[in-house]
Ligand binder design. Sequence first.
Ligand SMILES: [Zn+2]
Length: 399
Amino acid sequence: MKISNPRRIVGSNAERTRLHNRQVVLGHVRERQPIGRAEIARISGLSTQAVSNIIAELEEDRLLIEAGRQSEGRGLPVLKYRLNADGAVALGIEVRPDAMFGALVNLEGETLFTTREALPDNAPSTVVSVARRIRASALEGRCGKTQKILGAGVVMPGPFGKVGISGAGQSALHGWEDSDPVAVFEEALDMPVVVENDATAAAVAERVRGVATGLRTFCFIYFGAGLGLGVVAEGEVQRGAFGNAGEIGHVIVRPGGRLCACGNHGCLETYASRIAARTRLAGAGIEIGSASDIENLYRAGNAHLMEWIDEASGPLSQAVGLIENLFDPETVILGGAMPDAVLDHLIASLDLPGGSVAARAGRATPRVQRGSCGRLTAALGGAALVIHDTITPRIAAKT
Ligand SMILES: [Zn+2]
């Protein structure tokens, strides 16, 4: 699987400038709404005339609406604008080896629709037909004359491209090795598509509406089929040179330890992941499918599941220490396809290393905490990425 052109910016210079200025105006409106033209012009450095033209265009596109006039001391009350929350929507789709999740969010990031569909196999043709079904049910009765669809964020487990850990066992999507997911989903969904890995999308979801709201630098350990790491540093997601940064699951935590599907021995994923839990339980004759199977076992106090949590906590503690020393995050978030109760138990049983840059007095946030977006976190993140791309300038100075 290869991403041909992630987060592309197309068009002539003039077109790019126009799109950039639209993002600048939308970004200022989101941060300071309700806000008037003169104030946007002053903050952005654009001329008042340019701002007026952009606002007219954004009103036409139903992304902005008037928010009434407000007096600002002298002179006539000023006409203010705000985002038209329901004027536009974005679709998020997460593809996991055994299921697909869909979410529809509006311009303010509010969730309008969610769904889960079982996935019988990972062949692109199967995934595409389920994606079309999700699109149809998400948009049914919406997006007519009053709602614009901005695009879709499709979330898949990495790694992207043929690398040394491609196709590593149960966490990989099989059959996508030679496909370009951006092209496949743009054709299937008939809308612009961005493709992102699950851990990064989950981190974005937590920043837009979850426990990372207001944080600028944090990490997200994502329990998908395998284990991924999303890194947000200074408000920007970190992708690496080929979109594969954060393959924490294949970091070796026990040299000479268990054989991993990637060929290494002692990878984190063989101890602390759904695959590890599934393997542990299968050894005791217990088959698990969805996260709710794990939840039921946890509620019943299943001894094998408890032993797995004990076993996972050491390697996971070591990984958190490693992440802290590498990225100096404000916090490390755990989330994804694990029941909240299991994540809470895992967090409570961590024995975090004292020798870490994160072990300091006066912390404003805990070193490790659970995410709040639940099992839909990556699908919501996919949609949030589209919203983020619409209203955040990509090359402007941060505000
Ligand atoms: Zn591995």
